[in-house]
Design a protein. Sequence first.
Length: 353
Amino acid sequence: MSLWERTGWTGGFPFSQTNLRPVGRGSAKGIDVTAATVPEAGTAPIRHRPWLRQSAPTGRIVVPDALNVRIGPASRRHAPRKASLRLFPLGGFTWGSQGHPIRPRTRPDHTLIWVTGGAMRLDLPRQSLLLQSGDVRYIPAGTAFAAIPQEGAEGHVLTISPELTPEVDPALPTQMTAGSIGQSGAALLVNLQELVREATNNPDRKALTCHLNLLSLRLSRLDPERQPHAARTTPAADRPLVDRFLTLADQQLGSWQTLADMAQQLDATLTQLDRACIEAKGRRAVELLHELRLERAAELLHHTNRPVGRIALDLGYASQTHMTRAFVAATGRTPETFRIQMRQLSSASPASA
């Protein structure tokens, strides 16, 4: 005997009860299924289907509001970064990726550092400097650096969005510029203050460009760079070993050599290499190798058309995804976005025409 014969069911498929409660006539929306409201032979009358409720003679089935799909408003996108020009006191300006010690990180703005008293430590991927009174450094956007003011440091830091500089003539330097300033220091300070005043109070772009032109001219006429001061390190620092390691790593970035293999080629152990790197640079050998890869990746993205996947392979990354994650962590931008922005800056510069 079949299941239906045992139960004696003759009214079609026995729908299970539902927890949905019927709603009032004026508070629900209906779907016109008139043809379905007429029971066919051998099917249960519609009153036996508690999950649907038939309204008065119109023949419409009322569906509770809870079953209606509501589409929320479209998500909002973040507004593009606003072009700006800002002047900071040098003692309150610190830049670099988080960690101890602070590590170099690229910045999307052009940065002018002018030390008037005390000292500021400037760390580049392969060099550490101690800027002292009178030293000036102009660092273009996209350059990796870390800036740490020392106790009692005084001076000024100017940041300029690249969007404000396409019409500057002569063009601002495309490479890091080093120099010193003497008797013209007062004139440079007035120039910086007028730049901030124009950017803050005056919407006239031509006046701002005029002051930027003057700043660019002053940078081209800086006094020669004085002998750079090496950042203070432990006296026992094995600088020859570190320098040889950085040279070897630069030559073998894509060779898949391990750090232990490099240390062996330098007649040292991995422990000795790590100790020397920490004493001389404040970072382990693997961290210096990581920064070297990122610096080379930025150069290749800016100056070549090589695909990102090929760059990742040539520099020893495990995959393009591995390189992208490392690049985003260091710069806040994907390699593709970095390449587009650097190309736009180069094409907008009058010097590239």
